[in-house]
Design a protein around this ligand. Structure first.
Ligand SMILES: C[S@@+](CC[C@H](N)C(=O)[O-])C[C@H]1O[C@@H](n2cnc3c(N)ncnc32)[C@H](O)[C@@H]1O
Length: 231
């Protein structure tokens, strides 16, 4: 199966309405434009969960296996997944519901829908794992672009991390070059320019499927440098 087929293969699953109500926040372009209220809360642990805790974000969380596993292993942290795919988020909400997670929310939106709601230094980690290589507008990738990394830097606290994994070499090196160019904001956490392979405790649906084709994942992790304003 080609990559596009793989991305389209998420089947609609039946999940209890309370799972959707508990976990999924839907972003609507119309609400963003209206003057009478904001569709999304601020992207902080306090606004989303009512607590002060580290907040971790997965961009393009898909069906949520990786994020739900993280949330289960770290109840002391809060987790937010963002993805525009309704079917994927239905699946992710079902997983979160089964595990009765209190520390996870899902936003149905493209990542750009979060931008007006990002708060300086609110994030402690961000995961961009297996971004779809084909989502581009006028050749600029819709997630992996300079604007994204710069907004993310402002929203990440000092020493907060960014993990990017991809099986698509061209997209991976495009992302790596953008982060290397933003060296006032990000520094690598490893000596090697990049790492080969990725073995989290729980692999995502996409990673498992792609590994069957023996395609190696490439990875880098970067740490947020102290910003000039907080020095
Ligand atoms: C290849 S899948 C990987 C999903 C998941 N990270 C995994 O490892 O299974 C890429 C995901 O990115 C999502 N996506 C596409 N465009 C996006 C955007 N503009 N913002 C956020 N996510 C997006 C897709 O809906 C899809 O779920």
């Amino acid at each position: 199966m080609g990559r596009r087929g793989l991305s389209r293969a998420i089947k609609r699953v039946d999940v209890p309405p309370e799972a959707l109500a508990r976990y999924v926040i839907s972003w609507r372009f119309e609400d963003e434009l209206s003057l009478c209220g904001r569709a999304l809360p601020d992207i902080t642990a306090r606004a989303l969960f009512g607590v002060e805790a580290p907040l971790e974000l997965e961009v393009g969380c898909g069906t949520g296996e990786f994020l739900c596993a993280l949330a289960q292993s770290h109840p002391e942290r809060c987790f937010l997944g963002v993805d525009p795919s309704t079917q994927s988020l239905r699946f992710a909400a079902g997983l979160a519901f089964e595990a009765n997670l209190d520390n996870l929310r899902l936003v149905r939106a493209p990542v750009s829908g979060l931008y007006p709601h990002l708060v300086p230094e609110a994030l402690s980690a961000t995961y961009v794992h297996f971004p779809d290589p084909y989502v581009r507008s006028r050749r600029v990738h819709k997630v992996v672009n300079a604007d994204f990394f710069s907004r993310l830097a402002r929203a990440t606290r000092t020493d907060g991390t960014l993990s990017l994994v991809s099986d698509h070499e061209a997209l991976f090196f495009e992302a790596l070059a953008l982060v290397e160019a933003a060296q006032a904001d990000w520094e690598r956490t490893h000596n090697e320019r990049f790492l080969r392979g990725f073995t989290p405790p729980v692999k995502s649906r996409y990673q498992l499927k792609w590994e069957r084709y023996r395609v190696e994942a490439l990875r880098f992790e970067a740490r947020r440098r102290q910003s000039a304003s907080s020095r």
